[in-house]
Design a protein around this ligand. Structure first.
Ligand code: SAH
Length: 221
């Protein structure tokens, strides 16, 4: 399914090697989870960006995807996925589908991903792109991700790709006991990637590192 496009662009010839270099870079930055590294090695990131940017798809950098949004930096995708999947988490909620790259990585490692996106064009593009890639275990919805989606709750894991000043109560309610949230908290220049675990005795919070994400967009009103 991907080979026809690769055959036309010639990207397929080099992308395996350039992807390998990216994976080595992620390892040198401290990413250890082999399943995460393997799934990023296997997924062609150039199919998630505009063709004009495809040659830069294996740089460890965020790239524009239109509508003022970006595909997350590969290191951040790896870091968040590694932090979320410390154990099997079958039912996962993703906030901020964007181009769907992180979604596809999660879909390869979880039973089901529910992915919410506030910008309708990005939502539709990502849904169609993952369909074309043969990914079938994702529920895509257009809407405010920070309200969650009760229909598929409780979630074993929740991952957010837009920064929020705090953890919305809805997300805590939709998280299973034993569940984990990975999200950036704060705003502007002061953002920290945090891990929140829901235990029988309450919530625990662990800070991972300073990050920079796009701000959370308001709900549909
Ligand atoms: N992992 C994605 C990240 C995209 S950037 C990727 O690599 O492509 C963050 C995304 O969150 C953007 O697509 C943005 O539109 C979306 N977003 C921002 N606020 C949101 C909200 N309230 N609900 C759902 N999605 C939101």
């Amino acid at each position: 399914m991907m080979s026809s496009r690769n055959a036309h662009t010639g990207i397929g010839m080099t992308s395996h090697r350039t992807r390998r270099r990216l994976i080595e870079q992620l390892q040198s930055l401290g990413i250890k989870d082999q399943r995460v590294l393997d799934s990023m090695q296997a997924l062609p990131r150039h199919l998630f960006v505009d063709e004009a940017l495809a040659s830069r798809a294996y740089e460890n950098t965020a790239l524009p995807i239109g509508h003022g949004q970006t595909i997350s930096q590969p290191y951040i995708v790896a870091l968040m996925t590694q932090a979320l999947l410390d154990k099997p988490r079958p039912n996962v909620l993703e906030i901020g589908t964007g181009c769907g790259y992180q979604t596809a990585i999660l879909a390869g490692l979880c039973e089901r991903v529910v992915s919410l996106e506030r910008i309708v064009k990005l939502h539709r593009q990502a849904r169609d792109r993952l369909y074309d890639l043969g990914v079938r275990n994702v529920v895509f919805r257009h809407g405010d991700g920070f309200a969650g989606l009760g229909e598929y709750a409780p979630y074993d894991g929740i991952l957010a790709a837009a920064v929020s000043p705090d953890v919305p109560q809805e997300l805590i309610e939709q998280l299973a006991e034993g569940g984990r949230i990975v999200m950036p908290l704060g705003g502007g220049d002061h953002q920290t990637l945090v891990v929140i675990d829901k235990t029988s005795s309450g919530l625990t919070r662990t800070e991972i590192e300073a990050v920079r994400f796009v701000p959370r967009l308001a709900g549909l009103g």
